[in-house]
Write a protein that binds this ligand. Sequence first.
Ligand SMILES: [Zn+2]
Length: 416
Amino acid sequence: MMDAMPDCWAATARWVFPVAQAPISDGIVVVRNGLIESVGTRVPSVTVHDFGNSVLLPALVNAHTHLEFSDLLAPIPRRDDTFASWIEAVVNCRRARLTPGDGLSNANSFGRIATGCAELLAGGCGYVGDIRVQADEEGPLPIAGTAFHEILGLRSTQADATWQRFLGILHHATAVTSWRSGISPHTPYTVRQDLFDRAIQYAIARDMPVAMHLAESRDEMQLLACHDGPLRTLFEAWDVWDGTAFATGSRPLDYLRQLAHVSHALVIHGNYLDSQEIEFLANHRASMSVIHCPRTHAFFKHDQNPLCQLVKSGVRVAIGTDSRASNPDISIFDELRYLYQANTGLPPAQILQMATTHATAALGLDGSGTLSPGQPANLTAIAIPSNSDRDPYETLFSSEAFVQQVFWRGQSLWKH
Ligand SMILES: [Zn+2]
């Protein structure tokens, strides 16, 4: 555990990136009672912690992951290039873990979540949006977050039981954790329409955020449009397919229209959104965000990447790592660095917003994501190469940079 910080302290570094304004050379951030008192270059009359050759940022936010897979050493391989074959492999992995009597109890599941939290912190993350699948025995976690409780079910005969199981998990989680609860209807092709409707109504009534994987793969688009393709074959093999789950001719826009009614909707991936759907998201920017997962996108070799079009159209885009089932790690700093080095043409200041202001807004953490007076003192320190006169963003995202420390509300959560 870190040493407790005094009520009032200050931090200085080679660069301070407030995000709300341009980087400040040799900047100083003053913290009082967990809030930022000032940001600038004036030396305060309190103890100043000098981070040296570092960048001080708002604490990074990972807007999408599945911590249940945090123990995987490598992404889950698939039989062939179809997305359906990866879904098959992931579900087999999950089923093996959830089978009673196999030694993988809820306690093991909680252990994987705790392992993931440690990795998040080491990646400079101070807050996470995580998808949860079961009622884990919860204990204290070293990081704050929103747990999006997952709903899965195509069969009409099991819809009520699925809903009751979801409510049970949600009530349990709300009782035993300090994390905020959200809802995750998994995808349009794994949740029947009437269950999705119930989830949306429930979220509206309780002002809960909703995260949904949407327009992720061509297999999904094919199943929605014509009830056909590799996912249909897979679901029939598993005996879970139900032709009444959603109508043929369905498209992501149908789901976006319903998601637009909740206070915060996170559209995960959105790789195959069309221009009408992108325009819809831009018009609902106040409440809707797309969560792009750069390295997971690369893992699947998707033939479409709307990231630049989304940004150009005015859609709010945040980033997430997704899980170790499709990514070598869940470091949000590595995800940012990957995106910076991917030559998208996006300005680095906009890339940084995707794991700060855009991510906090997507998750509904109003009043955080920048280093500004009055905001919570949520900070990440990144060590950068010494004696460098390079552009500050270039040094921040250089391969030599590494996460040094993470603070949440003025207290140290993690230190290198
Ligand atoms: Zn995901």
